[in-house]
Design a protein around this ligand. Structure first.
Ligand code: ADP
Ligand code: MG
Length: 902
């Protein structure tokens, strides 16, 4: 290899000077001003995780190569003396970070290191270049390793372990590192503890407690972290106590080595500094972020476990790297020598494997490699200082040291933040919080109870006070009223006395005056009342006048109207009379012609019409035909009968000719209307003929006119007996049940009604179904028929009443027996006056007798009686009803029950 060739640590090694020092921390160094400023030219200037040369980020951590510095010891006295004539075997180019190793007079090997520290390098500078970045890294939460490797006597211990008690500038890395650590931690939240150990012949001895000389290495199966739980851990609070610890440890080391008959250079000294820091800033930041997102509350913040970083700085002063056989003078057996060097050679093998990226790194081969598992190929930031001497005498050792350093430079670590949640402290904090809350709760409850008690007491006080006040007030009031009462009694007594005393005159005057006043007052009052009643009366009279005036006006109008109607009626009557006169003369004319014709017929002349135009006389059959007519001049029909002969007319009733029969019956009917003719017609057998016609004729006109004739005949008392005797009632009843023509029915009803007025015929009439026939005819509903029915009932009732009054009749009315009462009640207030009047009369007659009252009341006729007594337009009926109602105790009682007042 050409002498000008540069051998370096490997392909990852930067050719440019790395001013950031060995192992730049990937993390920001803000807030590290104190440490950093002390770093002078090596202070890191970057503010972010800038991967420095040879530092690469990965998902698992940040790649960081093992940084290696080489330190050359100045010639010692011996070397100065022995090698005075020889040049050094090494030549340093610190500005180029190069070391040239003279192999012989003509061969130079050049090596590049991360730092090249000359024999003049101060301890401070060495610390800053080699250890300070690692210490900073540890303070940020990464594990760190600072290790010295080299031949015995080249200054490993000088570099790492000098205490510098006499000369501050001589202080080694351990002391300086602790100084920086202690300066940077917060005593309230952070802690630093140390263990100091020695590894010799694969035995770990506690330098702080040398009796403990076989400490086991324990590996966390989960994280792979190694620890020495058996080692003494001393918490370091100040620099002095640390230096004392180091001194004690060094003393123990010397003592132990003496005891073991060895040299300290054969053992590895290991200082473990555990730094525990809580990360407040991070925790607060997290809280504020979650708060911004709105997913967290302040409570969440307090529940968030604090973050702590537990990092470890391991400072290893390795045993001398020279081969043991060289030290044969020490009297070790080969096996012993192997054992003594086992750890160091294992370390070399591991570094070789790591440098060559070998898949297998024999970490488990020795205790040293197990302890340094994290330092090489692990997560720690590692800085190695290789110490060499200048003497060419030890060129071989120097070379091998340099080669170790070169290989170590190739080892890549993945630095990882040693950060975890401090659940224990969270738990502790929550416990404290809980205790606080419990205590607070207890206090509050007590306070609350006290408060309730206080309020209750206060309220009771208030109540008592109020009661007391109330009592006093009541007492006062009582006394006041009592006093007033006594006073008023006194006043009254005095008044009484005064009244007793005045002279009689005064009393009299007073009395008379007061009585005058009283009288006047009474008079005035009377006057007032009289005036009021006079005024009332006057206004009453005024009202009455107005009312009467109105009535007068109405009556006048009514009179005018009636007069007009009367005039119209009169003129109509005149007209009708004229017409009747004309008709009568015509009839007379025709009768004579008929007589003439009949005579001709008797003589054998052919058939012809008889009584033409007789129809116009139908109206003459009315039972209401004015009787006074009979007193007047002889009627044309009477004349006709005289002229024609009654017998002849009656014989025509049996004529074969229907027309003749019709006319004949009409003539007979007309004759029957005349009272004077009635007996003659019956004597001449007319009644029998009429019965025959009624019974046998199919012709409605004949039946109607025949019935009318019978009705007229029935007006006569003698005839009534005859009609009865000849079974006329039965015949009339039969005809009534067959007939449909209202006028026929009217005639039959009229006939029966006339019979009803005969006192002697009552029982027979009823026995032959007369009353039933009457009531049966109401089915046709014609007012003329109903009027006749009502008349019949009224007649019957009147006769019955008369008979009962005379003692000739006992028992209930036959009308009631035959079921007439419902119809009577129904039609008692019929709008047709003829019907209404007759029924009202009938009802009054029926009510005269106690025997009928039960039925009358049960049929509701009492109401009608009351109405009649009040409203009936005929005074006699009204009075009759009134008398009936007032005189009957039964009706009176019923009226009282119904609440009817007369
Ligand atoms: P090692 O620990 O490697 O066996 P030491 O640190 O014991 O070597 O050093 C051996 C001797 O060399 C000691 O007397 C020490 O004072 C001295 N020495 C080592 N390095 C230096 C240095 N850089 N400057 C001055 N003296 C040194
Ligand atoms: Mg030493």
């Amino acid at each position: 290899m050409a002498s000008s060739g540069v051998r370096n640590g490997g392909p990852r090694m930067s050719a440019k000077p790395d001013r950031q020092g060995a192992g730049a921390t990937p993390k920001a160094a803000a807030g590290k001003q104190r440490l950093s400023s002390a770093a002078g030219a090596y202070r890191r200037t970057s503010s972010g995780p800038l991967p420095a040369a040879g530092v690469r980020a990965s998902s698992d951590g940040v790649s960081s190569r093992v940084r290696v510095a080489v330190r050359l010891r100045p010639r010692n006295a011996e070397e100065l003396a022995a090698d005075a004539d020889f040049g050094d075997c090494v030549e340093l180019q610190p500005e180029l970070k190069r070391l040239k190793l003279r192999k012989n007079n003509w061969e130079l090997e050049t090596y590049e290191f991360d730092e090249v520290l000359t024999e003049f390098s101060s301890q401070k500078r060495v610390y800053e270049v080699v250890a300070k970045p690692v210490v900073e890294s540890v303070m940020e939460g990464y594990n760190g390793t600072v290790m010295a490797y080299g031949q015995t006597g080249t200054g490993k211990t000088f570099t790492l372990g000098r205490l510098g008690e006499e000369d501050t500038a001589a202080r080694g890395i351990m002391v300086r590192a602790m100084e920086d650590i202690l300066a940077d931690i917060s005593p309230e939240t952070d802690s630093v503890s140390v263990s100091y150990l020695q590894l010799y012949m694969e035995m770990i001895q506690d330098l702080l407690d040398p009796v403990n000389d076989n400490i086991a290495i324990v590996e966390d199966p989960r994280t792979g972290d190694v620890s020495l739980p058996g080692a003494t851990v001393v918490e370091v609070r100040d620099q002095k106590s640390f230096v004392d610890l180091l001194r004690v440890g060094e003393a123990h080391r010397v003592a132990a080595n003496t005891k073991l008959n060895t040299e300290s250079s054969r053992s590895h000294a290991i200082l473990m500094v555990n730094v525990r820091r809580s990360v407040k800033g991070r925790s607060e930041m997290d809280v504020s972020i979650s708060g911004e997102n709105g997913h967290s509350s302040s409570m969440m913040g307090s529940l968030r476990p604090p973050i702590i970083r537990k990092s470890k700085l391991v400072v290893v002063d390795l045993a001398g790297s020279e081969r043991i056989d060289k030290s044969g003078s020490e009297g070790h057996t080969l096996e012993e020598a192997k054992s003594i060097n086992l750890s160091l050679s294992a370390l070399g093998k591991c570094i070789n494997a790591l440098a060559e990226n070998s898949p297998h790194v024999p970490v488990r081969d020795s205790k040293l490699t197990r302890l340094l598992k994290d330092s090489f190929g692990g997560t720690a930031r590692t800085s190695l200082v290789v110490t060499i001497g200048p003497s060419p005498k030890h060129r071989g050792e120097t070379t091998s040291t340099i080669m170790f350093g070169q290989r170590a430079m190739k080892v890549e670590n993945m630095v990882k933040l040693k950060e975890e949640f401090d659940y224990k402290s969270l738990c502790r904090r929550l416990d404290i919080e809980l205790d606080k809350l419990i205590a607070e709760n207890e206090r509050q409850r007590k306070y609350f109870d006290d408060e309730v008690e206080r309020i209750r007491a206060e309220a009771q006080c208030h109540i008592a006070e109020a009661e007391r006040e109330c009592k006093i007030t009541l007492e006062n009031e009582k006394m006041k009223y009592h006093k007033e009462y006594l006073d008023s009694i006194k006043v009254l007594e005095e008044k009484w006395k005064t009244h007793q005393q005045p002279p009689k005159r005064q009393i009299k005057e007073a009395e008379s005056t007061s009585s005058d006043v009283g009288e006047a007052h009474n008079l005035l009052q009377n006057e007032k009342m009289l005036r009021q009643s006079a005024e009332d009366e006057a206004s009453d009279l005024k009202n009455q006048i107005t009312h009467w005036k109105k009535l007068e006006a109405t009556a006048t109008a009514e009179v005018v109207k009636l007069r007009k109607m009367l005039d119209t009626e009169a003129s109509q009557k005149e007209k009708l009379e004229e017409e009747i006169g004309v008709l009568r003369s015509q009839l007379l004319q025709m009768s004579m012609e008929a007589d003439e014709t009949r005579r001709t017929l008797d003589k054998g002349d052919g058939p012809g019409k008889i009584f033409p135009g007789l129809d116009s006389l139908a109206s003459q059959t009315r039972s209401s035909q004015p009787r006074e007519q009979s007193n007047g001049p002889k009627q044309p029909i009477a004349k006709l009968s005289e002229q024609v002969g009654l017998q002849k007319i009656l014989s025509l009733l049996e004529s074969e000719e229907p027309d003749v029969r019709v006319h004949a019956v009409k003539v007979v009917a007309n004759l029957a209307a005349e009272e004077a003719n009635q007996e003659k017609i019956v004597e001449a057998g007319g009644l029998t003929s009429l019965f025959v016609l009624l019974r046998s004729s199919e012709d409605e006109t004949i039946r109607r006119v025949a019935a009318g004739a019978i009705a007229n005949l029935a007006m006569n008392e003698t005839n009534q007996d005859l009609i009865m005797a000849q079974g006329g009632v039965t015949l009339l009843s039969m005809t009534a049940s067959d007939a449909e023509d209202p006028q026929t029915l009217r005639m039959i009803a009229g006939a029966i009604a006339n019979l009803c007025g005969n006192d002697k015929l009552q029982t027979r009439l009823r026995g032959e179904g007369g009353i039933k026939a009457l009531l049966g005819m109401v089915r046709c509903g014609h007012p003329d028929v109903l009027a006749q029915v009502a008349r019949g009932i009224a007649n019957f009732a009147k006769c019955e009443s008369r008979a009962a009054t005379q003692g000739n009749k006992v028992g209930k009315s036959l009308l009631i027996d035959d079921g007439a009462l419902p119809w009577i009640v129904k039609n008692a207030n019929n709008e047709a006056a003829p019907i209404r009047r007759h029924i009202e009369l009938a009802l009054c007659h029926l009510a005269q007798h106690e025997v009928n009252l039960k039925d009358i009341i049960s049929e509701g006729a009492l109401w009608e009686l009351v109405r009649i007594s009040r409203d009936c337009s005929r005074e006699d009926i009204r009075n009759l009803a009134y008398r009936t109602l007032t005189s009957s105790p039964t009706l009176q009682a019923e009226m009282r029950r119904l609440g009817i007042k007369m």
